[in-house]
Design a protein around this ligand. Structure first.
Ligand code: ADE
Length: 421
């Protein structure tokens, strides 16, 4: 295969990466089926598509499907620490997809790589955190003219894009993949739930049974983390600013309190809010000696890192992915994965079986955007319900599960108001 343009760590890792991509593919039957159809139908023939996603085996399988549909694809990383270098190599060496991503890249390289994806002059973008769309809007506005649409994978990205829409500055239609039920009810809940715990355990090997585990944020990700931590035997405390969500957490059986109250109690803290500075200096001052602090949200701003550094008299690295901060009082706080996404930095991210549904939504949303190009306005759209339900239907079928179908009479009953009283 002729080599495509790239900036990756080491192309010789391609074979190792291909094995990882094949392993993930086994658990991605829905995406595989879509790839087969795209190969036949060529919905993206000749279209330039840029993706800014975590460079993982699951993403590789999404891009295989997009390329099979006829697109010219370029990928850059959506986080400097989540790139799996062998996968980047396989994408370039085995699948002929241009990749700009190196695990551990500094900020300059990260943005240079995003610019490489922007220089592809995409007609479609696929984002995880809205970086591509953000950079195009702030520095390369001329590209908006040829941009058909973009997709967005994550809660944080959708929040930003909705803010752009509300301010009237959004210059392209966006399909909010995160808002598909077959995405967030599974990926955010079961994916983040499992993989965030996986990251904390791989980084520290801490025993969760009997520990006090504080989850900050009770959106779908926070719920998943809280549920899985409880499943491992932790006493779980939930912090949440939204009264309805806080009440749900309470009725789901968790203790609900403020950050100030929880700070001296927690053995493990995990943020999943999408916000910033939810754990701050006043909380660090109250935390127990040895507390572990991790983040499962998209950006590394949920833990106030400058404040943590300010409060420390010394730091050390007792294990990979763990930085220990010694405070004036002598207490040691352990920051995991530099406060970046714990599940993708210290572990492998969400399992392929759940990314199958997220990325099936991505693939079908891009296809939808191409088909509907003429009718879409510069707004944030939810994934059409037909696609959402189709992904669930295909997943059930791939899992070999059948479900009952309503009879016409039952359907009529549900849609009428005259029967039954
Ligand atoms: N986001 C969370 N987990 C992921 C994975 N395995 N691949 C790509 N993006 C992800």
């Amino acid at each position: 295969m002729p080599s495509v343009a790239h900036d990756i760590k080491d192309l010789s890792l391609s074979e190792e990466g291909s094995r990882l991509v094949d392993w993930a593919d086994r658990d991605m039957p829905v995406l595989r089926e879509i790839r087969g159809r795209f190969e036949q139908e060529q919905p993206f023939r000749g279209l330039r598509i840029s993706a800014c996603l975590h460079v993982t085996p699951e993403t590789a399988n999404l891009l295989r499907a997009i390329k099979a549909g006829g697109a010219e694809v370029v990928l850059c990383a959506s986080n400097p620490l989540s790139t799996q270098d062998p996968v980047a190599a396989a994408l370039v060496g085995a699948y002929g997809i241009s990749v700009y991503a190196i695990n551990g890249e500094d900020d300059d390289t990260y943005y240079r790589h995003i610019m490489a994806a922007v220089d592809h002059r995409p007609q479609l973008t696929m984002d995880d955190g809205a970086d591509l769309i953000g950079v195009i809007h702030s520095t390369r506005r001329e590209l908006l003219d040829s941009l058909i649409a973009g997709t967005e994978e994550t809660t944080t990205g959708v929040l930003r894009l909705r803010a752009m829409e509300a301010e009237g500055v959004l210059g392209v239609p966006i399909i909010a993949v995160n808002e598909a039920q077959s995405k967030h009810l599974f990926d955010n809940r079961y994916g983040t739930g499992q993989s965030a715990i996986d990251g904390i355990l791989r980084a520290t090997n801490v025993l969760l049974a009997g520990s006090t585990f504080v989850v900050i944020g009770y959106g779908w990700c926070g719920r998943g983390v809280a549920e899985r931590a409880r499943g491992m035997g932790a006493n779980v405390i939930v912090l949440e600013v939204d009264p309805l969500r806080a009440l749900q957490a309470a009725m789901d059986g968790f203790r609900v309190m403020t950050a100030e109250q929880a700070a001296p109690l927690g053995d493990v803290f995990c943020t999943a809010t999408g916000g910033k500075q939810v754990l701050r200096g006043e909380h660090f001052e109250q935390m127990k000696d040895g507390a572990l602090i991790a983040n499962a949200g998209h950006f590394n701003v949920e833990i106030d890192l400058p404040a943590l550094r300010e409060h420390a008299v010394s730091t050390s690295k007792p294990r990979p992915f763990v930085e220990e901060f010694v405070l004036q009082s002598g207490r040691r706080l352990n920051l995991l994965a530099d406060g970046r996404l714990i599940n993708l930095v210290a572990a492998d991210g969400h399992p392929a079986a759940v990314m199958d549904m997220s990325f099936a939504n991505q693939a079908l949303s891009v296809e939808y955007a191409v088909k509907q190009a003429e009718t879409l306005e510069n707004r944030v759209y939810v994934v059409p319900p037909e696609i959402d339900v189709e992904v669930a239907r295909l997943k059930l079928s791939a899992l070999g599960m059948a479900i009952d179908v309503l009879s016409e009479e039952q359907q009529r009953y549900l849609e009428s108001w005259t029967e039954g009283t």
